[in-house]
Structures are given as C-alpha cells and as structure tokens.
Ligand binder design. Structure first.
Ligand SMILES: Cc1cc2nc3c(=O)[nH]c(=O)nc-3n(C[C@H](O)[C@H](O)[C@H](O)COP(=O)(O)OP(=O)(O)OC[C@H]3O[C@@H](n4cnc5c(N)ncnc54)[C@H](O)[C@@H]3O)c2cc1C
Length: 431
C-alpha cells in the first residue's frame, strides 16, 4: 500500500468540528490560526477565564502543526544560546530559558490536560554526521546549553551507537526532556481542551484582514467580523497562503520551504529492537537534515528535502529508503507507505521573529523547522502578552518586520540553491 496523504490524517481520531463564523461578534482576544501557537495561546487564555475566539481558514491542524515530524526538540536549528543573548540581551536570556524548557513545558501540558497524542518523552538526540560537526557540538552547543543552565548530554560514538543502533555517526548531543508526539492529535486535543475551557473556535473562517478599531481590533472573514481588545496572529509559515491580503509584509518576511515527510510500514519487533531501540526523536547535524522517530504503531516517520519538486513522491521515497538502509543496514529494503508535505517558515537569520502589530497585537513567525515545543511554549507567553505582562518580562525578543526583497523570485529559486549549498557543506564538513 502507498499513499500521498499524511499518516497523521489517516490514523488520528477525528476530533470535534467547529462552526464557521457567521455575523458580527465580540471577544476579548482574537487569535488567527489554529495550530500549536494559536491553540496553546487560546488554552492558556481560556484557563484564566479570558474570552478568546480562534479563527482557522481550513480545519484545526491544517498547517504545519498537523503535518510535522512531531519531534519535541528544546533547541533551535542553528541559533545557540550565546548568539541569542549577545544579540538580544536579557530578552535573549529569557528566550533561551523558554527554548531549553520548552519540551518539558509541552509534556507537562499534555499530562495536565490529559491530551491524547501518543506522547513519548523518550528524549531527543542530535547525532553528528562528521568529526567536524561533533567537535562543533561538543565545543559550542553542548557547553553553551550547560552554561545557560539546561541539562543536556554529550554522547561519544560508542554510547550513541548503543542508544540508537547504528555506527553511522561520530557522537552526539541530547536532551532527555525531548521526545515525540502525534502532531495532528496534539493539535486536535489542544483545540478540544481550549474549547472545554471556554474558547470559541471557528473553522473554515479565513481572516481576510485585521485593522485597528478604536481602542481594539477588527478582523473580517468572508461571512463575519470580530471586534476584540487584543489580537494574536498565529498563521506562521502559512501567513500568505490562504488570504494573501491578511499580512503581506509579515508573509514576505519568511520563506515557506517545502519539507517532505514519510512513514514506513511498521517494523517487525526483531528489527525495531535494534533500530533506535530506546525510541528517541533523532535529527542530526546535516544541513540536508536526516531525521526519524517511531509512531505508536512502530512505523519510522522520517523525511527529507528535494531541490526540485517534479515527481516528488516517487523520488523522495527512493532517496530516503536508501538513506535509511545506509544508516541502519539491519533494516533491509525499508518500505515507505506514506509521503506528504508541509511548509516550514525559514528566516534569513535562522532565528524566529517576534513582532508587535500595534497596541495588544502580537505575532511570531519563522520556526526554521524547530517549532513543535517552541510554539506550544510561546502560546503561554503570547497569552501573558495580551494579558498585559510588560514587554521587558516576556520571554521573546521583539524586532521590526523586515520583508525579504524579491520574495516571489527567491521563493522559486532559493530552494535548489540553498539545498545544493547545504549538501556541499555537509560533504566537505564545513560548519
Ligand atoms: C513537514 C514539517 C515537519 C516539521 N517537523 C518538526 C519537528 O519534528 N519538530 C519541530 O520542532 N518542528 C517541526 N516543524 C515545525 C513545526 O511544525 C511548526 O513550527 C509549528 O507547527 C508551527 O505552529 P503554528 O501554530 O505557529 O503554525 P501552523 O501550525 O502552521 O498554523 C497556522 C494556521 O494558520 C492558518 N491560517 C493561515 N492563514 C489564515 C487566515 N488568513 N485565517 C485563518 N487561519 C489562517 C493555517 O491554516 C494554519 O492552520 C515541522 C514543520 C513542517 C511543515
């Protein structure tokens, strides 16, 4: 059996559905986008009795939150703690603490609300694919996280091999608070918990525009309008995709990059017990990232990147099956059963961006591929922001929106160029 739909869509129980917005309504906080960010914000607000309304253009989890690899990783892709604190000072320090604690935050929220999302807090590991990258990890990343007070571990080659069942790598870096979840299940469960706490959710209600309305905000959808005191735009890499007029400058400040996700057939217990026996989430140091984790049915959920999209499903399946066999020779002829795609928001500085849209108006964008635990944790911070916690106490650094020049052109051309560059640097072991 092969299919080009998402594994998560195929296996996740369908949650409640939510009515379209019709007519004019009022709420204290309007949230645009029902992914991890929007729903975590809504849940945090609803729990304190704040009236909050979430608008989703499609259905809950339609965006990256329902399509991703589900790895709960309390580290950004490239920006390490020293760079964040050097650039953003105390706000950077608070942001580093939020990132380092984000996996624990996510799993605690799952336990607190009984969110059924196949959560496994089995740890996250970043294996180094070359001696040079292992040196970089041990001398920089590992030391920086220790210095900033986060418990992380450095694994030598032998220990890494024992833990993940391959001698392909040269050592690694890990955080035991990480792990993995079924992302669509978590999104649907966050919606359920938010609604049970009083949040109002509207699916199939794309926000067409937002504007200042006296002291507050006015958001329009095709069938309705919402007046609110505060606004959170949580549309992330999908910002320009449904309604290009919603926030064009914000949409042009990130590059939506297609990420391919794949799921194998369930592994036999004989093979599974030798391939990542401890079931951690794994994403390595390649720029052309190698990553995998199990789902609850012992399928390996993996994926990769293509420079050009033609014949994509067939090409990515062949490429990644070979990759899996190279890394785990005991796993003979991996059979890929599902492949699907989603957009990752990439920023020029590889760092998430946080913006104030006006009085009581907030947004963030650009996870650069590390947004599962980050966006759930940020939901708590965005909730604080709209509740009036002073900016100097929030755990994210604010910047101005900077649209990328030639966005349309770069969107077409930058992927093949960047991926070729990443592969060259991976091959030549350039950091
Ligand atoms: C394929 C893939 C794999 C990934 N794997 C990982 C991983 O393993 N680990 C990790 O840490 N990160 C991963 N990420 C990143 C992570 O998924 C995202 O950072 C995170 O889900 C972002 O959540 P969000 O709620 O901010 O955005 P989204 O989940 O994208 O939600 C935005 C929502 O806004 C809606 N929307 C857009 N426009 C409008 C509008 N006008 N009106 C109303 N609604 C609108 C969209 O439909 C969407 O549902 C991956 C991303 C992708 C795409």
């Amino acid at each position: 059996m092969t299919t080009s739909t998402s594994l998560w869509r195929a296996f996740t129980p369908v949650g409640p559905t939510y009515d379209q917005l019709n007519g004019t309504t009022e709420t204290d906080v309007t949230v645009i986008g029902a992914g991890f960010t929007g729903l975590s914000t809504a849940l945090h607000l609803a729990k304190t009795g704040t009236s909050v309304t979430v608008l989703e253009a499609e259905d809950v989890g339609f965006g990256a939150s329902g399509r991703n690899n589900g790895q709960v990783i309390p580290v950004l892709t490239r920006a390490d703690p020293d760079a964040l604190t050097a650039r953003f000072g105390e706000a950077g320090e608070r942001f580093v603490r939020l990132i380092g604690g984000s996996a624990a935050t996510l799993f605690d929220l799952v336990r607190e609300h009984g969110l059924e999302c196949e959560a496994e807090q089995s740890g996250w590991v970043q294996p180094a694919h070359s001696p040079g990258r292992f040196k970089a990890i041990s001398e920089n990343r590992y030391r920086q996280w220790i210095k900033h007070g986060t418990e992380v571990e450095l694994l030598d080659k032998a220990e890494l091999e024992r833990r993940i069942g391959t001698n392909f790598f040269f050592g690694g870096f890990g955080n035991r608070t990480g792990g993995h979840i079924n992302p669509l299940a978590l999104t649907r469960e966050l919606a359920r918990a938010a609604a049970e706490n009083g949040a109002v959710i509207h699916e199939h209600s794309p926000a067409l525009s937002y504007e200042r309305d006296g002291e507050g905000w006015l958001v329009r959808t095709p069938q309705g309008t919402i007046h609110s005191r505060a606004l959170v735009v949580a549309t992330n890499a999908y910002t320009g995709e449904m309604t290009p007029g919603l926030a064009p400058r914000l949409a042009r400040s990130v590059m939506p990059v297609t990420s391919w996700q794949l799921a194998t057939a369930p592994l036999s217990e004989n093979v599974r017990s030798t391939v990542v026996p401890d079931r951690q989430a794994i994403s390595d140091t390649h720029g052309d990232l190698h990553f995998f984790r199990y789902d609850a049915r012992n399928r390996l959920i993996t994926g990769g990147a293509l420079a050009l999209p033609f014949n994509g499903h067939q090409r990515i399946r062949a490429r990644i099956a070979k990759r899996l066999e190279r890394i785990f020779p005991q796993y003979v002829e991996p059979e890929i059963e599902y492949s699907w795609t989603g957009y990752v928001g990439a920023t020029r500085d590889h760092t998430p961006h946080f913006h104030k849209l006006g009085p009581n108006g907030w947004t963030w964008i650009g996870c650069n591929g590390r947004g599962v635990s980050l966006s759930v944790a940020l939901g708590g911070e965005l909730a604080k922001a709209v509740q009036g916690v002073p900016e100097q106490d929030l755990a994210f650094p604010l910047t101005e929106i900077e649209p990328l020049p030639l966005h349309k052109f770069l969107r077409l051309t930058s992927r093949p160029f960047n991926l070729t560059l990443y592969r060259y640097r991976d091959w030549r072991d350039i950091g």
